[in-house]
Design a protein around this ligand. Structure first.
Ligand code: NAI
Length: 396
């Protein structure tokens, strides 16, 4: 099936898009870049005129490539065999909405990283259309990457050793993982189903959990640039305990789902195991979870997200670590636990604190999904799914 994939549309104009374009060109695909933003389009066109994007890989290889087409037109963008969204989760909805009316039958469409609940949104937009569709969800982005010069140069800082991926229908997942591994020179591994990707979204644990741990006692001080606290290397034993408790609550839930509903979810790994599996070559001391974070060379030097204030820096409480990983992450897990009547005291505590920082109210009294902003969260209940069996229909 994947031998027919010749035309790929990449949605997104950020760091990740800069990495996937040269890789896809080296792989031999025809690449259309879709960004709705005219300034990004102009910069990609200018970059292509100068020879395209130079990708510096983590092992210092240089790969060059330019998109064949750069467009802000959804009709042109939809003309593809495979669509790849490398976007923040809040952009998935607008992109699916723009492209879906124009997609050809049998197109393969998905997101990396999908975060949690991409399957709900994909199903919502694609099921309205005639014909068969395949959609996929990637668990994480393979690379830590940063643009060096827009449209021209990007650097990969680190490569994960395994990236989970799942598709609907399930039967194509193994072929899809093979195609992605070859096209992106990274090891994509089939996950059992898209629910495993949503519940196994590791960003939902790491990002809000570390923000919560590092900033709960923040007293309003501003830092000089060189004193901005480290993010992953700042994980203490106390913060690791919060992270482990978040992970335990999700693993308890997957255990219950496997036992009561016979759905395969062993691919949702406990955080510690995920970290060791993903970074075995870059962790220097794996003796504790805190040490595995702080001694991971791929995380070295990464600071907490900040904003500038009077030549100093203060925490960015509205960073994607919260605005993406709460409504498109931890709230999904909370919502599935809610359907199972499963208590999640640590998830509740982290959401309650971080929603204040974001300026939203997702949870109501008694930890119910009834806050005024809950409609923004990508949770099953917002797609009319209130019972587990209905959610599992998407996965079987
Ligand atoms: P980015 O911030 O560099 O790029 C975001 C792009 O999304 C923008 O350039 C724009 O083209 C597009 N976009 C934004 N709002 C949009 C909207 N409303 N409609 C359509 N398009 C819109 O992000 P980056 O770094 O490329 O990351 C993509 C995803 O991968 C994010 O979810 C990020 O959290 C995740 N990720 C990134 C890593 C990295 O090292 N860059 C590492 C791990 C995950």
């Amino acid at each position: 099936m994947f031998t027919r994939v010749k035309r790929v549309t990449v949605c997104g104009g950020g760091n990740a898009a800069h990495v996937v374009i040269p890789l896809l060109k080296e792989f031999g695909a025809s690449v259309t870049l879709y960004t709705p933003f005219k300034n990004e389009k102009a910069l990609f066109v200018a970059g292509a005129e100068k020879g395209g994007i130079e990708l510096l890989t983590e092992d210092s290889k240089i790969i060059r490539g330019k998109p064949d087409v750069v467009t802000s037109d959804p009709v042109t963008a939809a003309c593809a065999d495979l669509v790849l969204m490398v976007l923040p989760a809040f952009a998935h909805g607008p992109t699916l909405e723009a492209l879906s009316p124009h997609l050809p039958a049998n197109v393969i469409i998905g997101a990396i990283p999908a975060r949690s609940g991409y399957e709900l949104q994909a199903d919502y937009y694609l099921k309205k259309l005639p014909g068969e569709f395949i959609y996929y969800c990637g668990q994480t982005l393979p690379w830590a990457c940063r643009i060096v010069e827009y449209g021209l140069k990007v650097k990969v800082l680190g490569l994960k050793e395994n990236i989970g991926i799942a598709a609907v229908p399930n039967s194509v997942t193994a072929d899809l993982a093979g195609w992605f591994s070859e096209a992106f020179q990274a090891k994509f591994e089939p996950m059992q189903n898209v629910l495993a990707v949503s519940l196994g979204n590791i960003g939902q644990i790491i990002h809000p959990g570390i923000m919560y741990g590092l900033l709960l006692k923040y007293e309003g001080n501003a830092w000089d640039k060189e004193n901005i606290p480290l993010f992953y290397q700042g994980v203490t034993d106390e913060i690791a305990l919060i992270l482990e408790s978040l992970s335990d609550e999700i693993i308890t839930m997957t255990g219950m789902l496997m036992e009561k509903y016979s759905i395969a979810l062993t691919g949702v790994k406990p955080l510690y195991k995920w970290l060791l599996d993903s970074y075995s070559n870059s962790i220097e001391d794996s003796s504790t979870l805190a040490r595995a974070f702080s001694s991971n060379r791929s995380y070295r030097g990464l600071k907490i997200p900040v904003i500038e204030a009077n030549d100093k820096y203060v925490p960015d409480f509205k960073s994607r670590y919260l605005t993406e990983d709460i409504p498109f992450g931890l709230l999904y897990s909370k919502a599935v636990a809610f359907m199972l009547c499963l208590e999640t005291p640590v998830i509740n505590k982290v959401i309650r604190q971080t929603e204040k920082w974001i300026g939203k109210t997702y949870l109501g009294a008694n930890w119910t999904l009834s806050g005024p902003d809950i409609y923004e969260a990508r949770i099953p209940q917002n797609y009319g799914i209130n019972i587990i069996n209905k959610l599992l229909q998407l996965n079987r």
